[in-house]
Design a protein around this ligand. Sequence first.
Ligand SMILES: NC(=O)C1=CN([C@@H]2O[C@H](COP(=O)(O)OP(=O)(O)OC[C@H]3O[C@@H](n4cnc5c(N)ncnc54)[C@H](OP(=O)(O)O)[C@@H]3O)[C@@H](O)[C@H]2O)C=CC1
Ligand SMILES: O=C([O-])CC(=O)C(=O)O
Length: 270
Amino acid sequence: MTRKPLRLTIVGWGAIARRVAGLLAERVPQDVTLVAVGVRETTAIGAGLPAGAALLRHPDALAAVAPDMVIEAAGRAAVGPWGEAALRSADTFVVSSTSAFCDTALHDRLIRIAEDRGSRIVIPPGALGGIDALSAAAALPLDEVVHTIVKPPAAWRGTAAEALVVLDRIESPTAIFTGSARAAADRFPQNANATVITALAGIGLDRTRVVLVADPQATGNSHRLAARGAFGTLEVTIENRALADNPKSSEMTALSLARLVENRVRTLAR
Ligand SMILES: NC(=O)C1=CN([C@@H]2O[C@H](COP(=O)(O)OP(=O)(O)OC[C@H]3O[C@@H](n4cnc5c(N)ncnc54)[C@H](OP(=O)(O)O)[C@@H]3O)[C@@H](O)[C@H]2O)C=CC1
Ligand SMILES: O=C([O-])CC(=O)C(=O)O
């Protein structure tokens, strides 16, 4: 029996969205159709929108394209409006800007809509490795989870870090934030989404400890997870290359989204 191609919509047409679309077009062209791209009204779209993909400037337009899966790769503000529409018109809504889940009311609203409509919210591993093990470990009590993110100064430009340190003058690794995952993602919504992924997999937004570091010697974006609990101990470090179009975002975030989509259409998910 042949399967129908998955009807995919991506919200956002930035570094991650374009990379994911490119990977899928290259790797599973017959199995996935990018039916639409969601943007905001003011977004100027350059060349490169795939042929046949509709451009949606409002979440209400989603229903008409009847997607199977909607991936958000836009930013925290996009998660609420696009998520509500996606959970009403698609069976799966995939969230990249997980910092949105620091807003408990939004989190609860999306869960309620998903329960009403029989749809699902999926949080991919994003820039991280080892999240499957942390999530499995959380079935037993966890004592401690610490997530450390190290990025070069350029990745912290245009963020709250600029009010704390002079990024151009840093000469050695400098901690710009220490605190909970909730506070980290709230203050650094473009750079600390991954801490919410860790928190939701493990011991929650308030108990997960986060350290954010600007390092002039760093050549990429690294994430270190350390956890301790009844399962044993876990230490995972991933050194990610940044995406060419956005130094804040890692290549792994796009690769991980592509894997998630590919596994949905593959006979052997891996
Ligand atoms: N989970 C994880 O591990 C990671 C998550 N992220 C999240 O993914 C997001 C996207 O990353 P990246 O592609 O690198 O960012 P970019 O800045 O390269 O692209 C973001 C795109 O989304 C569009 N956009 C922004 N806000 C909205 C909105 N409210 N509605 C619709 N479109 C919108 C922008 O358009 P324009 O501004 O032109 O209107 C732009 O096209 C990040 O903001 C971050 O929240 C990033 C890295 C890792
Ligand atoms: O891409 C990364 O390394 C992680 C990131 O920006 C985020 O968590 O928001």
